[in-house]
Design a protein around this ligand. Structure first.
Ligand code: ADP
Ligand code: MG
Length: 589
């Protein structure tokens, strides 16, 4: 199958290379060039909107920055076109950085509205600046040149445009299938889990924002040298909307879908512009109305875009073969058993008038399993959120190996070696089981965007995936490795979360009701796994309602009731404690 895909790819490239040699009307080649230029912007939007969940109507403005940068530098300052390529990309990225910093902090519908606002503002800005010719723009831009050959005809610049498109598509696919890609893909599924494993959410959002901006600038740079003149019109909001339409039509999560979407929208636009006036009998931008209907229809009937329908025709790849590797990730040096790990000191959390955690103090040592029990609403999950810095303390302190945890971010807490599972499972259902688990090892890798784009991260990636697979084997989910995580049963998802937590190589493991939904045999296996972890020196804090499960396992028990610690000690002692009997365990003992 991998081979088949390779052959398909090669066939595709040969077809693309042959197109200008065919006796096609020149108008077709121009259309294909425009499709190529639009594909670059749409690929950026696939990452930004389809994968990252950030909807932008303003991408055309970045094309403008790429185009104007080279237009000004080549016409007014005599720069050679190739020299302006990195500068155009740099300007695109440099504009995307501050805009991104503002935009990615907006949430809900404010984000697309924000992109409309700056998309419009930049369009008018282009039209106002004297240096760039106001609404007349700049003409006389030199063509691209290579070894004395001037790319003047649309048939020749076709190769440059599509060369960039194919390289970008391949690089973007590489990026998505990597450590950075997992972080980006985690942005959509509620970011709390990703954050708990050290993904810097703002940084990941900024990364896709700048990436998309740079791709749009590349498209603008190519456009300027194809058209040989620029003016503000193609960089306005109309085009921004069209680019978004392309990404959505293609299927906002698929890189090749972006090219598909760009083709569909531009060919349709061309047909409509020729057909509609003769049908209706007057000329106007009627195609925009059809586009609007199309967008609604696609969102209604196939949210995943039309490319997903095409993909259904291609047989699915069987089990993915992982790259062989002899290397292993370095293991954390575990503190000696009995060393205090985390210590809560009068930790307190209030929500308005409600005291969810009321001056609670206890500690968890290395090589020890501590059970944290109490009725629903007692404050157990909130305690987890305090330790992992997901919610800030209202009072008191939490120390971990001498460091104050409350001053750290969730990612920094993860870096200390603290991993957790969530009572309400937070997995990424569209990612495979393996990828979900590999997210847990995020902090154990270091490859950045450029390495992943260029596929220089393969050695590290192989080690990360091998580690994720090892953890899957350890918890007994290896058979589900390549299935979408959303296919698993609830109990299996809890186990998946444990594998993800183990991929962090934790010294302290926080498990929030891991046995809920497990069958008896599975509970037994989980219990054995926790005992093995304890023997390795891991400290475990376990929230669990099943008392027979807890009693046979934990070394120490902490009981909360209405946020207050009412008893702690050895399990056998605690279950006799009058306050505990009264509050909670009465029926069990
Ligand atoms: P447990 O995990 O022991 O069942 P929780 O820690 O989830 O309990 O909740 C403790 C109390 O805090 C409950 O009364 C719950 O309603 C409240 N609570 C938890 N999170 C929030 C929040 N984000 N905002 C307001 N109240 C909350
Ligand atoms: Mg809870």
């Amino acid at each position: 199958m991998a081979l088949d895909r390779k052959i398909l790819g090669i066939v595709g490239i040969v077809i693309v290379a042959a197109i200008p040699l065919l006796p096609l009307p020149p108008f077709w080649i121009t259309l294909l060039n425009n499709i190529g230029l639009a594909s670059l912007v749409a690929i950026g939007l696939v990452l930004l909107t389809g994968v990252g969940g950030l909807t932008s109507f303003g991408q055309a403005a970045f094309c403008g920055f790429g185009a104007y940068t080279t237009a000004v530098l080549t016409t007014a300052y005599g720069f050679s076109p190739w020299l302006t390529l990195p500068l155009s990309l740099l300007v695109g990225g440099a504009v995307a950085l501050p805009l991104g910093l503002i935009t990615v902090r907006l949430s809900g519908h404010f984000l697309p509205l924000g992109t409309i606002a700056w998309g419009l503002a930049l369009y008018y800005l282009f039209g106002q600046i004297e240096l760039i010719g106001r609404y007349d723009g700049i003409s006389g831009i030199p063509p691209l040149e290579l070894g004395g050959y001037r790319f003047l005809s649309s048939g020749s610049i076709f190769y440059i445009i599509w060369g960039f498109v194919i390289a970008t598509a391949i690089g973007t696919r590489n990026l998505l299938d990597s450590r950075v890609g997992r972080a980006i893909r985690a942005l959509r599924g509620g970011s709390q889990a990703a954050e708990a494993f050290g993904v810097d959410i703002v940084r990941a959002k900024l990364t896709v924002f700048i990436f998309a901006g740079v791709l749009a600038a590349l498209s603008g740079w190519l456009y300027a040298h194809m058209q040989r003149s620029v003016n503000p019109t193609p960089f306005g909001l109309n085009m921004g909307i069209e680019y978004l339409l392309m990404a959505v039509v293609g299927g906002a999560g698929h890189v090749w879908g972006a090219i598909f979407g760009a083709s569909l929208v531009l060919i349709l636009k061309d047909l409509l512009q020729r057909l509609l006036p003769s049908l209706i009998g007057s000329t106007a931008n009627y195609e925009m109305i059809v586009f609007g209907i199309l967008l609604v229809a696609i969102l209604q009937f196939t949210r995943d875009g039309l490319w997903s329908l095409v993909l259904r025709l291609v047989p699915k790849s069987p089990r993915r073969k992982l790259a062989e590797t002899d290397r292993r990730l370095e293991k954390r040096e575990m503190p000696a058993a009995g060393t205090p790990l985390v210590r809560l000191d009068h930790a307190r959390k209030t929500f308005g008038g409600l005291v969810a955690v009321n001056d609670v103090s206890f500690e968890v040592k290395a090589g020890e399993i501590v059970g944290l029990i109490g009725p629903n609403g007692a404050g157990k999950s909130t305690t987890f959120n305090l330790i992992t810095a997901i919610s800030p303390l209202s009072g008191g302190g939490i120390a971990y190996g001498g460091r104050k945890l409350e001053t750290l971010s969730p990612g920094q807490v993860a870096r200390q070696g603290i991993a957790r599972t969530f009572q309400h499972a937070k997995i990424l259902p569209d990612m495979t089981v393996l990828e979900n688990v590999a997210l847990g090892a995020h902090l154990r890798g270091s490859s950045g965007v450029a390495r992943c784009f260029l596929r220089l991260d393969r050695a590290e990636e192989a080690v990360l995936l091998a580690e994720a697979e090892r953890q899957l084997e350890r918890v007994g989910l290896a058979a589900y490795r390549d299935r979408p995580a959303g296919d698993l049963a609830l109990g299996q998802i809890r186990i998946l979360e444990i594998a993800r937590a183990l991929s962090l190589d934790p010294a302290l493991l926080l498990l929030d009701e891991p046995a809920a939904g497990l069958r008896h045999g599975e509970k037994q296996e989980l219990s054995d796994l926790l005992k093995r972890l304890r023997a390795e020196g891991v400290g475990v804090l376990l929230v669990e309602h099943d008392m027979s499960f807890v009693m046979g396992l934990v070394d120490h028990l902490v009981v909360l009731d209405f946020g207050t610690l009412i008893a702690e000690g050895k399990p056998a002692d605690v279950r006799q404690h009058p306050a505990v009997l009264a509050a909670y365990l009465g029926g069990v003992s």
